[in-house]
Design a protein around this ligand. Structure first.
Ligand SMILES: Cc1cc2nc3c(=O)[nH]c(=O)nc-3n(C[C@H](O)[C@H](O)[C@H](O)COP(=O)(O)OP(=O)(O)OC[C@H]3O[C@@H](n4cnc5c(N)ncnc54)[C@H](O)[C@@H]3O)c2cc1C
Ligand code: FES
Length: 249
């Protein structure tokens, strides 16, 4: 259930993720659907949306890109965070063989989807991408779940040299997935949409647009005529790429 009232959590453990990233386990749980997000407030700094990386216990993974995420990455055991939510519509899961594609901080939106789907008896494979190996996040979590991971880095320091869209090509050619689920930089999601255009594979995309209120009031997060916080963050690929991709029909 969504709560607009803040709950105060304490950090129980912290894991260094990559050269500018961390995962935090908090001292409580929260019931969330895969793909939903919470608004996290650090008094005196900022409030920002973060994906529910795990809901029992509530866990977050943060990529250090600015003042709020920097402060989150420096939290230590016992420090407090204020959390409201969860918010938004998560992933629509109907397929049996699921291919998850993640880049940057977007990878955090896919871990709960992976674990829940495995619990439901679905097959899951993952492709993770970053500019270079030291920026890859959360590979350990998919390893823990026993999910095969394809890595792609721009400089070839881990996995295939190139993008996640290149890395999944063999699985697409083999006709492996029934559906594709992605979260990452918008150019990655546009490239994925272009690759899948003309196939009948359902594509679900989760967006990380700048947010203020988190529940459809301020208009900060619009994507065409949709609000990412209220109508998303997960959208059917075809619908949203009509707005985003200049090459889409
Ligand atoms: C639904 C949703 C879920 C999200 N989940 C996560 C998550 O689990 N983990 C996480 O780390 N972030 C996540 N984000 C993004 C996160 O909210 C932003 O990174 C955050 O707003 C940055 O705040 P800041 O004050 O640190 O930096 P800001 O001052 O807001 O931004 C600093 C710079 O970083 C750029 N920037 C902002 N967001 C990103 C980004 N995602 N990737 C790269 N550059 C960016 C900005 O354009 C700006 O140039 C999510 C966003 C949404 C909408
Ligand atoms: S963040 Fe305010 S409307 Fe979406």
């Amino acid at each position: 259930m969504c709560s607009d009232v803040y709950t105060v959590y304490r950090v129980v453990s912290r894991r260094q993720e990559s050269e500018g990233g961390a995962s935090l386990v908090l001292d409580g749980s929260l019931r969330a659907d895969p793909g939903q997000f919470v608004m996290v407030w650090l008094p005196g700094i900022e409030e920002r949306p973060l994906a529910v990386m795990n809901d029992r216990p509530l866990s977050l993974t943060i990529r250090d890109v600015g003042p709020f995420t920097h402060a989150m990455c420096r939290l230590q055991e016992g420090d407090r965070v204020w959390v409201r939510g969860p918010y938004g519509h998560g992933f629509d899961v109907r397929s049996r063989r699921m291919l998850l594609v993640g880049g940057g901080s977007g990878i955090a939106s896919l871990t709960l989807l992976a674990s829940r789907s495995l619990d439901e008896g679905r097959e899951v494979r993952v492709a993770l991408g970053a500019r270079t190996s030291s920026q890859l996040m959360l590979g350990w979590r998919f390893d823990e779940l026993g999910i095969p991971v394809l890595y792609a880095t721009d400089d070839g320091t881990v996995g295939a040299r190139g993008t996640t869209v290149d890395a999944i090509e063999p699985l697409l050619r083999a006709g492996w997935p029934d559906a594709v689920y992605a979260c990452g930089p918008e150019p990655m999601m546009i490239a994925l949409g272009r690759r899948l255009r003309g196939t009948d594979l359902p594509l679900y995309l989760s967006f990380e647009r700048t947010m203020k209120c988190g529940f459809g009031v301020c208009g900060n997060c619009h994507l065409g005529d949709q609000l990412v916080c209220r109508d998303g963050p997960v959208f059917e690929g075809e619908k949203v790429l009509r707005v985003l991709d200049p090459l889409a029909e």
